[in-house]
Design a protein around this ligand. Structure first.
Ligand SMILES: *[C@@H]1O[C@H](CO)[C@@H](O)[C@H](O)[C@H]1NC(C)=O
Length: 284
């Protein structure tokens, strides 16, 4: 590469070139003239500077990318899920899990009505009490300022339930209401079965519809393949034991368990509605 050092000759060259370029432009021969132009020291230095800046930006980007995988989970969760105190405090993680899709081999959650299956569902947190959402998180968590609040003398904030645990509560009610389980739970008359038959029925169909909306909202775009069964006379069979990328359910459950509001709250635990707060005339 040839370097033109003279300052004056450089300036002259530039004006000279501008004049020629205009002419050349009209003749359409701009590029043939440019090819022979010698690079100046400034242009070489600028080129080198730009190249090293690019490399530097690339290296910094790579370093950030490699050191931020933890935050990527939180960043992605916040982008695709409703924000809440739960998300902030638990720290969502994702890991591969294999579903158990057995048709005939029953696990504890599928057993006929009884103490074992009830204890299994109970351990998932289906009957936990509400948690407290601090006022500063309320709006971002989808809670309006005029929703039910805890009295300031008991710490303030908003009583709320974790959605995912409500869904499991609902699925548990559907299980209890299966035609072969219903009589058992109806006779026991505990929890939702303390209500009259009209309310039980509406509670069950409410639960069914909440689960429908949740499944549609988070529609699983994974696929079910097929496997061969019966070596003597092979038949295709749907493989329900598929891999899924799952959130850390147990951490969410533990957080909800540890943050339950008191079991026997005082009579003035909730703050009465203030002037102007919305009060519905019937159940929404
Ligand atoms: C599913 O669960 C049943 C009952 O616990 C068990 O026998 C079976 O091996 C499990 N299947 C898979 C694929 O994990």
């Amino acid at each position: 590469m040839r370097c033109i050092l003279g300052k004056d000759s450089h300036a002259e060259d530039a004006t000279h070139e501008t004049g020629e370029r205009l002419l050349a432009d009209e003749e359409g021969t701009l590029w043939s003239r440019k090819k022979t132009a010698a690079p100046t020291c400034t242009s070489v230095a600028t080129g080198l500077f730009q190249a090293s800046a690019l490399v530097l930006v690339f290296l910094i980007g790579t370093l950030f990318g490699l050191h931020w995988p933890g935050d990527l989970n939180s960043l992605c969760s916040r982008h695709v899920s409703q924000y809440s105190t739960v998300m902030k405090e638990v720290g969502l993680q994702y890991s591969l899990r294999q579903f158990n899709g057995s048709l005939l081999k029953e696990n504890v959650f599928r057993q006929d009505a009884g103490a074992d299956v009830d204890a299994a569902w109970e351990s998932l947190g289906v009957n936990y009490r509400s948690v407290r959402i601090p006022p500063e998180d309320a709006e971002q968590s989808g809670l309006a300022a005029d929703q039910v609040k805890i009295n300031a003398k008991y710490g303030g904030g908003f009583p709320a339930n974790v959605e995912g645990l409500h869904h499991l509560h609902c699925l548990n009610l559907l299980r209890q209401s299966l035609y072969y389980n219903y009589d058992y739970y109806h006779a026991k008359g505990e929890g939702p079965f303390m209500n009259n038959d009209y309310i039980i029925r509406r509670h069950v169909s409410h639960c069914l519809d909440i689960i429908r909306q949740e499944l549609m909202c988070t529609v699983d775009t994974g696929v079910l393949g097929q496997v061969w069964i019966y070596p003597e006379n092979p038949e295709p069979y749907v493989d329900f034991n598929t891999q899924h990328r799952c959130k850390n359910f147990d951490d969410v459950r533990r957080w909800a368990e540890e943050n339950q509001l008191p079991q026997d709250p005082p009579a003035d635990f909730l703050e009465p509605p203030s002037e102007g707060d919305r009060i519905y005339s019937q159940m929404p």
